[in-house]
Design a binder for this molecule. Structure first.
Ligand code: HEC
Ligand code: HEC
Ligand code: HEC
Ligand code: HEC
Ligand code: HEC
Ligand code: HEC
Length: 301
């Protein structure tokens, strides 16, 4: 009986440890203690300047940017310029680090909302809370449909932490989203892609009909496969001609995911000729390479 009790206590302890590991969130996000001060970093109980009791007037965007912006000091990840500044929140001694794998000035995996790799962006997800239509949301590719709320940082991320990679929300636009953590804890790496095979799920929550592993002709159009292995003959997904090299990252097991071709925050890729005007008018569709460099990285035509 005693042995059984000890054994079951051990199981409970192991489970608690497992939960702890699975929710190893970044920054002031999640894993809060009973007497935490963290809530006051973002909320005011009686004198809030926006709804959800947020302390910044411009709602969620301004709040996040107060630490993660170009002029922020509370986070190393400057998502406006798409760059990792390794000493920005060191002064606080807040124990929020753990990005030892990310060198100073590295371009961030998400891209940038204002600049990326030192160049002004040509396409972004607008995170300021004004757009509530997304391509494919009504189940038709290439058409705008309605999503459940205006897009902002908290459409995709849960500021209170999450068991998903990069505190991505567990429910987005009404869909359950599971995106496995791959580098949480001390080895967090904000500049080298290291995704699991389920990374496309976050995109599929708003752009559902784009997520197909095989042939699909929903609503009368065809779409490039995702969530499947790259072909051996296209490896490595990198191509150089005339001194120009293009490359795309793959998820675990050489999987093609949305982020193989797209950046989730914003890109400064340049479009010209046929590539300018394919897809959303007048921009670069969040593509990670100029023109159709993403195609050449694999197909090498
Ligand atoms: C008080 C400062 C502060 C505020 C406000 C803040 N963050 Fe953070 N956040 C941090 C710090 C510090 C980190 C750790 C990484 C770093 O230094 O950039 C972090 C990390 C993150 C990460 C990466 C998590 C991971 O798994 O690596 C995401 C995503 C994020 N924040 C989103 C947000 C969003 C969305 C908001 C607004 C709702 C927000 N943050 C507001 C300080 C802040
Ligand atoms: C990094 C900033 C940040 C921190 C720290 C933070 N919150 Fe929030 N909180 C937000 C944002 C942003 C929203 C609005 C989310 C949305 O729009 O979906 C929110 C919404 C909420 C909500 C309403 C929606 C919900 O998720 O239930 C509650 C309740 C809440 N926060 C409580 C807390 C408590 C309690 C703490 C401290 C343990 C805390 N928050 C810490 C940013 C933060
Ligand atoms: C459309 C969904 C979406 C929106 C909107 C969004 N993010 Fe992200 N964000 C992501 C994804 C996906 C990643 C993971 C990128 C990777 O690791 O490849 C990420 C990564 C991050 C990171 C880690 C650093 C990096 O670039 O990899 C931070 C910090 C962050 N986001 C903060 C924010 C803030 C602040 C906002 C609002 C200004 C925001 N995000 C808006 C999807 C989003
Ligand atoms: C093989 C590269 C590649 C992959 C993988 C990829 N895309 Fe795209 N995407 C593109 C290109 C190129 C465009 C520009 C328009 C075009 O050529 O159709 C685009 C355009 C878009 C657009 C803008 C609207 C439109 O149809 O033009 C959305 C939304 C989109 N992609 C979502 C996704 C989502 C969601 C995933 C994953 C489920 C994904 N993409 C995977 C290459 C890719
Ligand atoms: C919370 C909903 C949401 C999620 C999740 C989301 N998107 Fe979007 N996406 C939108 C909205 C809204 C727009 C149109 C407004 C805009 O451009 O900001 C859009 C536009 C786009 C566009 C066209 C951009 C342009 O140039 O006009 C592409 C490409 C795209 N998304 C790809 C992705 C990919 C890849 C992911 C996953 C990393 C993703 N989206 C996740 C809501 C979402
Ligand atoms: C990460 C590698 C990768 C990238 C990037 C990529 N492809 Fe593909 N592509 C594949 C794989 C894998 C297949 C499936 C091949 C098969 O099963 O024979 C495929 C299939 C195709 C097909 C055949 C589709 C069919 O229905 O038979 C075409 C055409 C194509 N890709 C064009 C493109 C274009 C255009 C781009 C750029 C927008 C692109 N690819 C980017 C790997 C890639």
């Amino acid at each position: 009986m005693k042995k059984l009790l000890i054994a079951s206590l051990l199981v409970v302890v192991l489970l608690l440890l497992a939960v702890n590991v699975a929710s190893a969130n970044g920054g002031p996000h999640g894993d809060y203690a009973a007497a935490t001060d963290a809530c006051a970093g973002c909320h005011r109980a009686h004198t809030a300047k926006a709804d959800k009791l947020l302390k910044e007037a411009g709602k969620t965007y301004d709040l996040c940017i107060s630490c993660h912006g170009a002029a922020g000091t509370g986070a190393n990840t400057n998502v406006e310029d798409g760059v990792y500044l390794s000493s920005r929140d060191d002064a606080a001694g807040d124990g929020n680090h753990g990005a030892g794998n990310t060198p100073d000035n590295s371009p961030l995996l998400g891209g940038g909302f204002v600049n990326y790799k030192g160049v002004a962006v040509t396409s972004t997800h607008d995170p300021t809370g004004v757009v509530s239509g997304a391509w494919g949301a009504g189940d038709v590719r290439g058409q705008m449909g309605t999503i459940d709320r205006a897009l902002d940082c908290a459409s995709c991320h849960d500021p209170h932490g999450s068991p998903n990679y990069r505190i991505l929300k567990e429910t987005i636009n009404g869909a359950t989203v599971s995106v496995a953590q791959v580098d949480e804890g001390a080895s967090k790496d904000y500049d080298t892609a290291n995704w699991n095979t389920d990374q496309s799920n976050v995109c599929g929550a708003c752009h559902n009909p784009y997520q197909h592993a095989g042939a699909d002709t929903t609503s009368g159009t065809y779409t490039h496969p995702v969530d499947r292995n790259n072909k051996a003959e296209y490896m490595p997904p990198e191509y150089t001609v005339g001194g120009v090299t293009v490359s795309v990252p793959l998820a675990a097991n050489n999987y093609i995911v949305c982020q193989t071709c797209h950046l989730p925050h914003g890109t400064s890729a340049q479009m010209a000729g046929f590539a300018d005007g394919a897809g959303p008018a007048g921009d670069s569709a969040l593509l990670r390479e100029d023109n159709r460099g993403v195609c050449q990285a694999c197909h090498k035509k």
